[in-house]
Design a protein around this ligand. Structure first.
Ligand code: C5P
Length: 309
């Protein structure tokens, strides 16, 4: 019997999320600058008669245990590719907010893939793992890669980026999640409503901001704060207007930047240093505008097997 294998995978925040027009395949072209932060899920794979998922953590009740779970789909995709039985128990220790715009589901998929690959001895190449990740979801390749990267296409075509330092973040977790497809649909609806149109013919191609890339390279938090942007933020605020109160509470507490994380509803706040982050977190916790507050920093590495160097 093989020994259990555990993979540890980080959450992400998007420091730039530029959204192009709606493509014929239902996706949007992006210029998506991902930054991995130090909140992690751990996925442990143990041999079993059949595929089974269990979850622990504060948000465990919100995680599907069937084949709708991205971790299950990742295990099935790897097993199918290598023609083996997907007999595995996947246990997810969940610390990343669920349906929060921080790629928690994507982290579990990348973790399951890495852990099953080690458990089953399939020895997939990095390129194969990235290909399976991209088939499963647009954000999943980044969960494997981590650090800071620019995602083009629907977010799956990654170019790693250099950073000159560590950035300090506070995350305000809302009650209840937001559906990513619903937020993209609302983005399209708002564009139609404004008269600009929402198709790829109407919306300029999304481009990474040079000012933002320079700020990341220099490790300058104030410069990064001035350059962050999220085209999905108006849509998330339209679906969840109370997020404006959360963003304001963080800004009033001295955050350098306040923005919705990805498709939300988690809000992200950039702080000057650890002390400033603690101050923003304390004020947000007292504001009554969110369920939980987390303090962390990034960039951090992508999915790793626990016990590996
Ligand atoms: O790829 P993923 O499964 O994460 O995408 C979930 C949904 O989010 C898609 O079905 C689509 O509605 C929306 N999406 C999009 N454009 C992207 C990524 C996601 O419209 N680049």
């Amino acid at each position: 019997m093989s020994r259990p294998v555990t993979a540890r995978v980080p959450a992400k925040v998007n420091v730039q999320l530029a959204v192009g027009g709606l493509r014929p395949d239902g996706f949007h072209d992006l210029a998506n600058v991902f930054l991995a932060v130090g909140l992690h899920d751990e996925v442990t794979a143990t041999p079993a008669d059949a595929l089974r998922i269990t979850v622990e953590g504060a948000d465990a009740g919100q995680v599907p245990l069937d084949r709708g779970n991205l971790a299950a789909r990742a295990a099935l995709a790897l097993a199918e590719r290598y023609g083996i039985e997907p007999g595995v128990h996947l246990h997810i220790a969940k610390d990343i907010p669920v349906a929060g715009g921080m790629a928690g589901g994507s982290a579990d998929a990348a973790g399951a893939l890495l852990a099953c690959d080690a458990l089953w001895g399939t020895r997939a190449t990095r390129a194969e793992l990235l290909e399976i990740c991209a088939e499963l979801g647009s954000d999943i390749p980044f969960s494997l890669v981590g650090g800071v990267a620019l995602g083009r296409g629907r977010g799956e075509l990654l170019t790693p980026l250099e950073t000159g330092g560590t950035f300090h973040w506070v995350f305000a977790v809302a009650d209840g999640g937001l559906s990513t497809p619903a937020v993209y649909r609302e983005c399209d609806r708002l564009r139609e409503e404004s008269g600009a149109g929402a198709s790829a013919a109407d919306v300029p191609d999304p481009e990474p901001s040079q000012v933002l890339l320079d700020a990341l390279r220099s490790g300058d938090a104030t410069a990064l704060a001035a350059a962050v942007s999220n085209d999905l933020q108006p849509a998330a605020l339209s679906l969840r207007p109370a997020l404006a109160d959360t963003l304001r509470a963080g800004a009033d507490a001295g955050a350098l930047a306040s923005l919705v994380s990805g498709s939300g509803p988690t809000c992200a706040f950039l702080a000057k240093d650890t002390e400033a982050a603690q101050g923003v977190a304390t004020a947000l916790a007292a504001s009554g505008t969110c369920r939980t507050v987390r303090v962390t920093s990034g960039p951090v590495p992508g999915a790793r097997l626990v016990g590996d160097a």
